[in-house]
Design a protein around this ligand. Structure first.
Ligand SMILES: Cc1cc2nc3c(=O)[nH]c(=O)nc-3n(C[C@H](O)[C@H](O)[C@H](O)COP(=O)(O)OP(=O)(O)OC[C@H]3O[C@@H](n4cnc5c(N)ncnc54)[C@H](O)[C@@H]3O)c2cc1C
Length: 253
């Protein structure tokens, strides 16, 4: 299905659910447009949009010619693509083509989804049930950007070697660790930040969200520099405690 870049992402997800097109349900309620989705390969609850994109149509901002990037040519990575790295600022994405499934292959491997489906009393989930579960979880954990200024997850989950993972595990046996196909291990950045005492910390009119330490919030009137400085302090304290350098997921402009 080819979708124009200006469509609202969540409305596209709801349209797919209504039509019975499976694949995007785990990506429910991510704020933004369809055209921005390939930029950082949006992802949530065990699904990344790169798994669903076949083509990205672009307008070259230098000579205004149009061309098509295949999935491979988009060089998708974790919260990354060619449009966020080597081709940054070169193209305007005009449309994205997705390959969705009429037969649902649900991904409820993220524990929170299973738990929420249980709370909802759902035994044989449909894509609508999974979408509703994701929406419920997101609403309970993430601040609504219309009410409190925020950019969602401020940091990426760091990937570390087996040596670093074992060193951290020996001191902190509860650290959430996810095995990666590369042989490395992904750690939950939010957990690391929380262990450093940042969760819910407020400095004047900005701070770290009370329910999710990955999210920095502007309660009103804080400057970009304030948020940047806070993110730098967080990076330094996580480095000191765990020896891991967090990378920002957001674009700094
Ligand atoms: C509360 C909250 C929760 C979030 N949760 C998630 C999450 O779970 N997973 C996730 O991956 N992200 C998440 N995000 C981040 C954000 O929703 C995504 O990055 C989204 O894709 C941004 O869309 P946008 O239209 O607002 O893009 P913008 O923020 O306006 O732009 C992002 C970048 O893309 C570029 N861009 C936008 N459209 C185009 C286009 N058509 N062509 C070329 N370049 C373009 C912009 O120039 C900019 O560099 C969250 C954000 C918030 C506030």
């Amino acid at each position: 299905m080819k979708v124009s870049a200006g469509e609202v992402w969540h409305e596209f997800v709801l349209y797919c659910i209504e039509k019975g097109y499976a694949g995007v349900e785990n990506l429910s309620l991510i704020p933004g447009s369809v055209g921005a989705a390939p930029m950082q390969n949006i992802g949530a609850y065990g699904v990344e949009v790169k798994e669903l994109i076949t083509e990205v149509e672009v307008l070259d901002l230098k000579d205004f010619t149009t061309s098509i990037f295949s999935n491979n040519e988009c060089e998708f990575g974790y919260r990354s693509s060619i449009f966020k790295t080597t081709a940054k600022g070169k193209y305007f994405i005009t449309a994205v083509t997705f390959k969705l499934n009429k037969k649902a292959k649900l991904n409820t491997s993220y524990g929170a989804i299973e738990d929420e489906l249980n709370v909802m009393g759902v035994k044989n989930p449909t894509i609508k049930n999974v979408s509703d579960a994701v929406i419920n979880i997101r609403r309970s954990k993430l601040p609504d950007p219309i009410k409190i200024g925020n950019s969602g997850s401020f940091f990426k989950n760091p990937e570390v070697s087996i040596e670093v993972k074992n060193k951290i595990l020996s001191k902190h046996p509860n650290v959430p660790v996810y095995n990666q196909p590369s042989g490395d291990f992904k750690l939950a950045a939010g957990w690391l930040i929380e262990q450093c005492g940042w969760k819910g910390k407020r400095i004047e009119n900005y701070g770290v969200h009370t329910k999710q330490a990955l999210v920095l919030v502007n309660y009103g009137g804080a400057k970009g520099q304030d948020i940047y400085n806070l993110s730098e302090d967080i990076i330094q304290s996580v480095k000191k405690k765990f020896g891991v350098t967090l990378e920002r997921e957001v674009n700094i402009i």
